[in-house]
Design a protein. Structure first.
Length: 261
């Protein structure tokens, strides 16, 4: 009995992610950088003085009035890796003969406020009418610190420290901005607490709102004059202070108490 000839086996193929990745078309308009001026460090969202001049050179056939987009990104690397953050963009029509150049000058007045902390390059990307791109990056970097507001609250001495009901007393409250950006808007709520942990439920001695702006490292003192209401019965209390500075909250209980009665 003769053997049946071997049939070719069905073969399956798999492709690496790299082979399946869309190939990027390179634009013939090539960006290079002129005299870049950037600070060595910056805070995200805070004003700075920077300049990124981009030279666009046509290394292909003549471009006749085509629209070209130039984007400036911040990225931790020197290529567009998907983590880049757009800083500025412009779109213009250009006419460029072969080996001729045009210029796009970017004034950088701040970096995006949502930019995380890190050491960033600025990248210039050209996108031509066909969607082809070309990218260049700064050799220098900017050390970026994420912007934050950090309120620190100091509660002073209540004076007078012994008060009868329906009488007034005053406590100074100092708010310091320990963050790295200016904070606008202060809300203060003053309540009594007996255990130093929880304020008396539903009892507010004084509240105030102010549109004051507190710069980083600076402070503002508010003198809170309040009346001891009937809900605050005879006993020993401490000032419980809740603060909202630029949308960031902080609570502090004063060390020096006051006596009602």
């Amino acid at each position: 009995m003769s053997k049946r000839p071997n049939r070719p086996s069905k073969r399956s193929f798999s492709f690496s992610p790299e082979l399946l990745e869309r190939r990027v078309l390179l634009s013939s308009v090539v960006p290079t950088l002129g005299n870049v001026k950037l600070p060595p460090s910056a805070i995200a969202g805070v004003r700075l003085a920077g300049r990124v001049p981009v030279v666009l050179t046509n290394q292909g056939s003549a471009v006749k009035g085509d629209a070209i987009t130039v984007n400036v990104y911040a990225d931790l690397g020197t290529s567009l890796d998907g983590n880049q953050v757009l800083v500025k963009s412009t779109r213009r029509k250009v006419t460029l003969n072969t080996d001729k150049s045009a210029h796009a000058n970017f004034i950088i007045q701040s970096l995006p406020s949502a930019l995380p902390s890190g050491n960033y390059h600025l990248l210039a990307e050209v996108v031509d009418l066909s969607g082809a791109t070309n990218v260049t990056a700064t050799t220098q970097t900017v050390q970026v610190a994420a912007a934050f507001i950090l309120p620190e609250v100091t509660v002073g001495e209540v004076a007078p420290s012994t008060i009868a009901q329906d009488k007034f007393t005053t406590v100074p409250i100092t708010i310091t901005n320990d963050g790295n950006v200016a904070a606008s808007g202060v809300d203060i709520v003053l309540s009594p607490t007996q255990d130093g942990l929880l304020p008396l439920t539903g009892v507010v001695l004084k509240s105030t709102k102010s549109g004051v702006k507190i710069q980083p490292g600076k402070s503002k003192t508010f003198k809170m004059r309040f009346k001891v209401t009937p809900e605050v019965t005879a006993g020993r209390y401490f000032p419980d202070v809740s603060v909202l500075l630029g949308g960031v909250s902080r609570t502090k209980v004063g060390d020096m108490g006051f006596t009602v009665g």
